[in-house]
Design a protein around this ligand. Structure first.
Ligand code: SF4
Length: 150
């Protein structure tokens, strides 16, 4: 049976960098029906809320996991370690719950699956995965975003 995990901000938790949620009615309905697990990798990595926005520089989440790219916040502070820790914690929680599928927040440097912001903090995007999404994918969790769940 499919066990679903969902980015907590899509379920109405105020865990985004700006201290707000991004509740998505369609995703909330699906999550309720499936008894989904709410996860926020950045919170699990020990980052505070609110926090400065972060983006991946020099690649995507796959490259971050391979040590080839960094995650930096808008002030230029290297937050790579917290993003990797959060991804690993989120994976651990998902594995303990038997999660096989995840609906993740589009374009996030943690949760983005397929498209992420490009590291310039200008709202531009590039193809690629967030750090947690890349790790989930490596462990066989099927990924989609709220934009595909509409
Ligand atoms: S890390 Fe993921 S769940 Fe947490 S606020 Fe960012 S997009 Fe939402």
């Amino acid at each position: 049976m499919t066990k679903l995990a969902v980015s907590a901000c899509l379920l109405g938790e105020s865990c985004r960098y700006n201290g707000k949620a991004k509740a998505d009615a369609t995703v909330i309905e699906r999550a309720k029906a499936a008894g989904a697990l709410a996860i926020c990798p950045e919170c699990l990595g020990g980052l505070p809320t609110p926090r400065l926005p972060s983006e991946i520089r020099g690649g995507d989440g796959e490259d971050v996991l391979d040590g080839l790219a960094k995650v930096v916040d808008q002030a230029g502070r290297d937050v790579t370690a917290a993003f990797i820790k959060g991804a690993q914690e989120a994976l651990r929680v998902c594995q303990e719950a038997g999660v096989t599928e995840a609906i993740l927040k589009a374009r996030s440097p943690s949760c983005g699956a397929g498209t992420i912001y490009d590291g310039s903090f200008s709202g531009q995007c590039r193809p690629g995965m967030g750090v947690a999404a890349a790790l989930f994918k490596r462990y066989g969790i099927a990924l989609s975003t709220e934009e595909e769940a509409e």
